[in-house]
Design a protein around this ligand. Structure first.
Ligand code: RIB
Length: 309
């Protein structure tokens, strides 16, 4: 049986401009290239999980505009169950103008649109499907009240719950400590704890603070440096794999979606983290988010080549 993964979260359309420079106020400059694609942290994580072989359920809201119905079709084209993706009248779909510089690093502005209307009632409506899941994945591009409600739902129904606290913002730790895994990147970990995360040592201190606050498992992703896996007993830095990055957008989502699948397949955390690190690194070698994610057989080939490196 393939793992069953449910994602409660966002769906956006990404408008990506590749540019070496940024305009000053009042200035117009030329960008190098443009890419239009389906994105949103929740949707990207759902697609990554699906491409890694899971049965995936998406719970989301999109707008009744050009992008909304196309987003639903996109989920269906991947074989993701979009029964609980609703088109909301009178709202725009979520969009993300993204700017990628010559090093492949991104800067993103998210306009939440219909994502902001995903309510606890929508989660309750999807309850029969969510109760069947091996893992529920959450991020922060939908209202916090919905995120907290889903965390309580997962706990009450004994479904593993994984929170990617992105975009970073201060959180109610009483609610957040109920998740099984908290997986922030450096800036998101900093937004939650107020502690700087500029290197593995600072990541260790930050993870320790989160564990002291009551979290069971924390993984701080550190880009090309790797990922720090921490619980009350230990903190282990799992190095990343070297690649030629073209566009890092969505790499965190590739990590989260694939990690949920590897874990649900029964791999130990360190092994699941190592594999997810490679899955994420490989996604940066292509442009875009969902379209840069590998199918499982392609990933397995790369894993065989690089495991142990
Ligand atoms: O994590 C990358 C995603 O962040 C993009 O797809 C964009 O839509 C924003 O949600």
């Amino acid at each position: 049986m393939p793992p069953r993964i449910a994602v409660v979260g966002s769906a956006n359309v990404d408008l990506t401009t590749f540019t070496d420079a940024f305009p000053r106020p009042g200035e117009t400059i030329f960008g190098k290239a443009f890419d239009l694609g389906f994105g949103g942290k929740g949707a990207n994580q759902a697609v990554a999980a699906r491409l890694c072989g899971a049965d995936v359920q998406m719970v989301a809201k999109v707008g009744n505009d050009l992008f909304g119905p196309a987003t639903v079709k996109n989920f269906q084209s991947f074989g993701i169950d979009a029964t609980n993706v609703h088109i909301e009248d009178g709202l725009s779909s979520g969009v993300a103008p993204i700017f990628v510089d010559k090093t492949g690093q991104n800067r993103i502005i998210v306009v939440k649109g219909a994502n902001d209307s995903l309510r606890p009632e929508d989660v309750e409506r999807a309850a029969p499907a969510l109760q069947q899941a091996d893992c529920i994945i959450l991020q922060l591009e939908v209202p916090l009240s919905t995120v907290y409600h889903t965390i309580r739902f997962a706990k009450a129904n004994r479904v593993r719950c994984l929170l990617n606290p992105a975009p970073g913002q201060p959180l109610d730790m009483k609610q957040v400590t109920q998740v099984d895994y908290l997986i922030p990147n450096e800036s998101e970990a900093e937004a939650i704890t107020g502690l700087p995360v500029r290197n593995p040592d600072e990541a260790r201190q930050c993870a320790q603070r989160l564990i002291q606050q009551g979290l069971r498992q924390v993984i701080i992703t550190l880009g090309a440096t790797g990922a720090l896996l921490a619980n009350s007993g230990k903190a282990e830095l799992i190095p990343s794999f070297p690649v030629n990055a073209k566009d890092t957008t969505g790499a965190g989502d590739a990590f989260i979606g694939s990690f949920a699948v590897f874990l649900a397949e029964g791999l130990a955390e360190a092994e699941a983290t190592r594999r997810a690190s490679l899955y994420a690194a490989l996604s940066t070698t292509k442009v875009g988010t969902q379209k840069s994610f590998l199918q499982r057989p392609e990933f397995e080939k790369e894993w065989k080549k690089r495991a142990g490196s």
